[in-house]
Design a protein around this ligand. Sequence first.
Ligand SMILES: Cc1cc2nc3c(=O)[nH]c(=O)nc-3n(C[C@H](O)[C@H](O)[C@H](O)COP(=O)(O)O)c2cc1C
Length: 317
Amino acid sequence: MDTVVPPSRRVLVDCVHSATAAPSLHNSQPWRFRIRSGRIDVYADPDRRLPVLDPQGRELMISVGAAVLNLRLALREAGYLNDLQLFPEPGVVARVTATHPEPVSDELAALAEAIPHRHTNRLPFAHLAVPEKVLDKLRDAAHAEGAVLAVATPEGRDAILRLAGTADRVLRARPGYTTELARWTGDPRHDGVPIWAAGPWDALEAVPIRDFAQLSGEPRKRERFEPYPTILVLATHGDDRLAWVRAGQALQRVLLTATWHGVASTPIGQPVEVPEIRRRLLDPASGLSVQMVLRIGYGRMAGRTPRRPVTDVLTRQ
Ligand SMILES: Cc1cc2nc3c(=O)[nH]c(=O)nc-3n(C[C@H](O)[C@H](O)[C@H](O)COP(=O)(O)O)c2cc1C
């Protein structure tokens, strides 16, 4: 019988480092990891949930799911097939176990290499359509993780942008919104959204990018955003914690596939954070639950936001 040598702790720590590059709501990084021989357990950190925007912890689980996808890809890039169990025991969101050594495929290697280059881009995009071939790859990426990605039609896009604008106003009026935003914006060292990442304000106010610089007191630059943004809707069958972790993995696979093809992206979470508006984003007959709206396109480079050091997110044995 072959003896399988599990990856060293060093390799697994590097994989956790890749996991922490995942996107998360307001860069809250609501995750923790524990390394055991040949496996990594992933936990949600409830102290990093945003109770005003995310009372159910849906976006917390999406963020953790995005980190799980990075973890799986990093292990594949390190040369290990791996097995994923979701909610294997109380308190553990995901258990990723290295099984057998096997060379990584070109596609998964490309996705793993995209991890450090994926950034949320809140800048205006060029007036350029995303080719159908790339949109197909994004749909396939969501499908590979058990989710559905729909590209909005022109009428759908206009309706979604209007709903997102309304949702943004509803959220700003929610009690506690400003206090929560203040906790996660400013000039953070290891988490939260820095002011420089907020981007300019859309001069035509048509693209409702979340305003992370609202409390900065600095004058906002106005720029014209693309008049016809490409809008995607990510949805799942089911709407429980399992579906949310799947949605997070699908979201990250879509974002990394976009990065690989030189396509920039902005999650637009507001319309999904207001239940009455969320229900109006897709035809109820589809039986699907919307988990995220995305804007994609071609733009100037966005920068890298801070992350907590790996030692802060690793739980000792
Ligand atoms: C569940 C979720 C919701 C998000 N919602 C928004 C949003 O509404 N607007 C936005 O600009 N970015 C949104 N983001 C992106 C995060 O703000 C971003 O991932 C985080 O600040 C870290 O920056 P990075 O993506 O550049 O690494 C969201 C990300 C996740 C995972």
